[in-house]
Write a new protein. Structure first.
Length: 425
């Protein structure tokens, strides 16, 4: 505001009142989204009986007898549950967040096959019974056998890092050392099983497949290394540990090596050999998560927005892949959070695009389209790029929307410094 406005007190007061009205109007879509998504997450948690450890279903209400639907029924992905736990804490339900973290503490100890402390990519949703967190699966009538999904039984390094981020969040709230110990244990599993010093040095994808037949995945993901950097940095901040500090340095250096100053973007990582950089594909998350995870981050990284808008924009939202075929709700919320972290206003149209995905049950649809393509494969057994998102209510999409609307940075465990909102003078 210029000095002449300060001289004209009466006009200045009127101008201030106008700004206040604009601020309220501009904050309404965001506040409504925060209220709706927090309510949906709280209802989902309250639906799991008791107050003990639990896993929330990633796709609530999923039904159908086809193989694709049955593979997701009563399944809670660790990544989605970590996000939901963090969001529940921000939404004022820290006890429910702790229930999920408690399940993450129990799962490695109750694993029937592996005793090395790993978490799997998914577990059976619901209240944990008898201190045993069960793997998902279902009885296949045709052929009479127990069917499991090889991705769900595997362990991805990025998912493990997100579990650590939830446990660190709960530790900050409770100061119970079990959660800090649990986070560090997961980071050390990553270091022991996925570290690869071949240039560019970093952490590999993890393991994929059924028990005793798991395939080591040697590709290195920018997104996974972002997660590992954030969790290791946070854990080392809470309890200094040279090994964990070194882990943060390695993961951070990998992310930095993926920045391309000419295109002003991050590469997605490497191919299956762990050294050849994939320069064509782009995933929205790896482009913008560094703006949240690295605090502070190099100023040059903020130029990524030109690439993101040119390559990932879809209508009022954003899509997963380069030149997307639809809006990715989760990623659009990630954009809202990253815009805040880089000091940019979030347009009301973007909040509106996210809110429009609210299902009858309260959870947000993963995408408004029937199906969107990611241009990535689920695992090494895939014969084509078979990783899709569908028009189903999704826990992860709802949690990311709540985090963005509440202005919370899940990578560092604190509120995002708020820029001036779109539409305000």
């Amino acid at each position: 505001m210029s000095k002449r406005w300060l001289v004209l007190a009466g006009i200045g007061m009127a101008f201030s009142m106008t700004c206040t009205r604009l601020a309220v109007a501009s904050d309404t879509p965001r506040q409504q989204l925060a209220n709706e998504t927090c309510s949906a997450l709280k209802q989902a948690a309250a639906a799991i009986p008791g107050d003990g450890p639990m896993i929330l279903p990633s796709y609530p209400g999923m039904d159908g007898d086809d193989a694709a639907a049955r593979a997701l029924q009563n399944v809670g992905f660790v990544y989605d549950n970590a996000l939901a736990g963090i969001a529940l804490g921000v939404c004022g339900a820290p006890g429910q967040a702790r229930r999920i973290a408690d399940a993450f503490l129990l799962a490695p100890a109750s694993d029937a096959t592996y005793k090395d402390g790993r978490l799997r990519n998914a577990y059976r949703s619901g209240a944990v019974q008898g201190n045993k967190v069960m793997l998902p699966g279902y009885w296949q009538k045709q052929g009479n056998y127990w069917s499991q999904d090889p991705y769900q039984t595997g362990t991805a390094s990025g998912n493990v890092a997100w579990a650590a981020l939830l446990m660190l969040t709960v530790y900050d709230n409770t100061h119970d050392s079990r959660y800090l110990d649990g986070a560090v244990a997961q980071l050390k599993w990553i270091a022991a099983h996925t570290a690869n010093a071949t240039a560019p040095a970093g952490y590999e994808g993890g393991v994929f497949g059924y028990d005793h037949k798991q395939i080591v995945q040697h590709w290195k993901s920018t997104e996974h290394n972002i997660d590992i950097y954030a969790a290791a940095t946070w854990a080392n901040r809470e309890r200094a540990d040279p090994a964990v500090a070194r882990q943060a340095q390695i993961a951070g250096a990998f992310v930095g090596a993926m920045w391309d100053g000419k295109q002003h973007r991050f590469f997605v990582g490497t191919g299956a050999d762990g050294k050849t950089i994939e320069r064509t594909k782009s995933g929205l998350d790896e482009e913008i998560w560094p703006l949240l995870a690295f605090q502070p981050h190099p100023a040059a990284w903020r130029s990524v927005w030109a690439f993101v808008d040119a390559n990932h924009r879809f209508g009022d939202g954003y899509g997963f892949k380069r030149q997307p075929d639809g809006m990715w709700t989760e990623g659009t919320s990630q954009v809202a959070a990253a815009l805040q972290a880089s000091g940019k206003p979030v347009p009301d149209s973007l909040w509106g695009a996210i809110s429009a995905q609210r299902s009858a049950g309260g959870m947000l649809y993963a995408t408004p389209q029937a199906r969107i393509v990611t241009s990535f494969a689920i695992g090494p057994l895939s014969t084509y790029d078979d990783f899709f998102y569908y028009h189903d209510p999704h826990l992860g999409a709802t949690a990311w929307a709540a985090l963005a609307a509440k202005g919370w940075n899940a990578f560092v465990g604190r509120t995002i410094a708020q820029p001036v909102s779109a539409g305000k003078p």
